[in-house]
Unconditional design. Structure first.
Length: 360
């Protein structure tokens, strides 16, 4: 069944492997009879009515929200703010006239997010929950729900739910853009199918990531993840994954921000994992890699076909530039997994953490 480990040593590895099929399942789940991507008309209407979206989430779901902002703004041209739920509760920004609140939560039970939902309902604003668990608290209490169709996620470290969240956000933005007759110059269904194949090829070559993990992370005290643009959104997720399961101190940074402080932390051998999937900023991020390398860092460049260079540690298959987060997160999940293994950590149940945080 879905919640058996089968031959897998850990749920996390099983759930990483399920990601290609999760993407395919989502394509099917959000297809109408004509085979076109579609969402519940009531949700389409709510998106259409809104003058601004407020995405509220915690942890990995917040990181998916950062990518979601890119989608709604770039594809559907709706302004978006992304907020950490525990902060939003007591520090509410000035709201627009017609906000739509979108709660992203794998479990649908996160107390920090729920307290925001309760407040927003009191204020009378429309709410949408994007969750993996039908019938969960945040699903029941919101006006609308979009499901992730990722199947049960057991490992504390979220993997397939993140990929599902990003895919569902892309679909929502795309369908909304189409319904507004905003020109979209790609076929999302086709591009998501390409992503599913790309993820498949990554999970089929685990040795590559096992070796990279050993090379870069087996003995280090700390690690940095850098990226620009949408790669930055993924770098913070990569850092969280590594922290929570391997206990290595890790941070994700926007490449250009290094020189404003963080670069002081770079020492001989400090691993710096750089994502290079965005052509528009690839020269800039490669420049940042040179800066840290000159100060002794051990750079691990993860690039994409079409913009690879000699010396890149990993070259990922080519996917649509907006959809790279769905794919580029997977090597980060895998290197975190192997780092946790080498260090003898409890991969599926890291210390001090619960799968869903039901206290504020
Ligand atoms: C992710 O690996 C974490 N374990 C954690 O950050 C999680 O994403 C967060 O607690 C939010 O949970 P939710 O999606 O169930 O609301």
């Amino acid at each position: 069944s879905d919640i058996e480990k089968g031959t897998y040593p850990h749920y996390m590895l099983k759930e990483i492997d399920e990601q290609p099929s999760v993407v395919r399942k989502i394509i099917q789940a959000y297809e109408n009879e004509q085979g076109e991507l579609a969402i519940d008309p009531a949700i389409a209407e709510a998106l259409h009515e809104a003058d601004r979206l407020y995405i509220i989430a915690a942890g990995t779901s917040y990181h998916a929200g950062l990518v979601g902002k890119e989608y709604f703004e770039k594809i559907a041209r709706i302004p978006v703010e992304v907020h950490i739920s525990s902060e939003f509760g007591y520090n509410m920004p000035l709201l627009s006239e017609k906000p739509l609140f979108i709660f992203i939560t794998q479990s649908g039970e996160t107390a920090d997010s729920r307290q925001v939902l309760v407040k927003i309902k009191e204020l009378g604003y429309p709410t949408l929950t994007i969750t993996n668990v039908p019938g969960s608290t945040l699903s029941r209490e919101a006006d609308y729900t979009m499901l992730l169709h990722a199947g049960p996620e057991i490992a504390v470290a979220s993997t397939k739910a993140y990929v599902a969240q990003v895919a569902v956000l892309a679909i929502a933005a795309y369908v909304e853009a189409k319904s507004q007759r905003i020109e979209v110059n790609f076929d999302l269904k086709k591009e998501l199918a390409i992503v599913a194949n790309a993820i498949q090829s990554i999970v089929d070559s685990k040795e590559v990531f096992e070796i990279a993990s050993k090379d870069y992370l087996s003995t280090t005290r700390n690690a940095f993840f850098i990226g620009r643009n949408i790669d930055y959104c993924v770098s913070v997720e990569g850092a969280l994954k590594l922290k929570e399961i391997s206990y290595i101190q890790a941070e994700g940074f926007a490449g250009g921000e290094l020189k404003h402080g963080t670069i002081a932390l770079i020492e001989e051998g400090t691993p710096v994992i750089a994502l290079v999937t965005q052509k528009s900023v690839s020269l800039n991020i490669r420049g940042n890699v040179k800066e840290v390398t000159a100060r002794g860092a051990n750079p691990c460049i993860i690039s994409m076909e079409g913009m690879e260079q000699d010396g890149d540690a990993i070259v990922l298959p080519q996917v649509h530039p907006l959809l790279t987060p769905l794919m580029s997160v997977v090597p980060l999940q895998l290197i975190s997994y192997y780092a946790a293994l080498y260090r003898g950590c409890d991969v599926d149940k890291p210390r001090n953490l619960a799968k869903s945080v039901t206290v504020e």
